[in-house]
Design a protein around this ligand. Structure first.
Ligand code: BTN
Length: 264
């Protein structure tokens, strides 16, 4: 653990559960990995693991999340909700809404959610979410690790070459350095609010915002589920957090997969 600007987080947050315990690390492989281990050891609901740098930050589909020291926010929130695993995927969408609402206050560019786990600024990726669930025998959630990576003060050279045309940071967009503690505080306070709503009523209280922020609505997309690739029109995101598509004239509800805008 380290001396860091994030050390005072749990006292300044004022949230009920989120951030009741905060661990700050200088350099670890992955906050999701450490959070998983802590959850196995009984970490309480709302525990947060933050790192200044990750050496093996992970994204969806085993991708790498580049986590240069001090540039971004890299954190994992351990949740212990009392709901079945079927409700876990919606937490990714809920987190994306909390992130989008936070970023609106920082950016002059349009904030969008690219289903299910990306947040975009001006069409470029600024944040990603990796939620990982463990369950008990009754298929109830035992722990839900919500990993969040936000590109905050990255400059172009902080991204690997292949990401420079598809990723951005708050600093690149606004032209100035952003205080990471303020940003994190504001995100976690919104996260607490949305999480309380989600536990009571699922995505219903935020579905209008999900639809408003969605970068895919009305777009033709390429959908990849494992080795299966199809194309179709995105019609909606439903209250279960699924993508509703029209594929070959038939309505289909998609609960997971990788979506990209189709080339014409
Ligand atoms: C994605 O876009 O595919 C999800 C990226 C999630 C990255 C964050 S950074 C903090 C946490 N720890 C990890 O190893 N991954 C998540």
């Amino acid at each position: 653990m380290s001396n860091s600007e994030f050390d005072k987080l749990s006292t300044t947050l004022g949230t009920q559960t989120i951030g009741s315990v905060v661990q700050v690390h200088q350099c670890i492989p992955s906050t999701n990995l450490l959070a998983y281990q802590l959850a196995q050891e009984g970490a309480v609901d709302g525990t947060i693991v933050i790192a200044e740098q990750q050496t093996a930050g992970r994204g969806r589909f085993d991708r790498t999340w580049h986590s240069p020291e001090g540039a971004g926010l890299y954190l994992s929130i351990i949740l212990r909700p009392n709901f079945p695993t079927s409700q876990a995927p919606g937490v990714t969408i809920m987190t994306a809404v909390a992130l989008a609402d936070t970023l609106v206050g920082y950016s002059p560019l349009a904030v969008q959610i690219k289903w299910p786990n990306d947040v975009l600024l001006g069409g470029l990726k600024i944040a990603g979410i990796l939620a990982e669930v463990t369950a008990n025998q009754a298929k109830m959630v035992d722990s839900l690790i919500v990993g969040v990576g936000i590109n905050v003060n990255h400059q172009a050279h902080d991204f690997p070459e292949e990401l420079r045309s598809i990723a951005t940071s708050l600093r690149s967009v606004t032209g100035s350095m952003v205080n990471r503690l303020d940003l994190l505080t504001s995100f976690l306070q919104r996260f607490q609010t949305e999480y309380d709503l989600y536990q009571a009523d699922g995505l219903a209280p935020m579905i209008d915002r999900v639809r408003l922020y969605s970068s895919l609505s009305g777009r033709r997309v390429r959908l990849e589920i494992g080795r299966r690739i199809t194309e179709g029109l995105v019609v909606d995101i439903d209250e279960q957090g699924c993508l509703v598509m029209e594929i070959d004239g038939r309505r289909q509800v998609v609960s997971s997969g990788e979506v990209t805008i189709a080339k014409r």
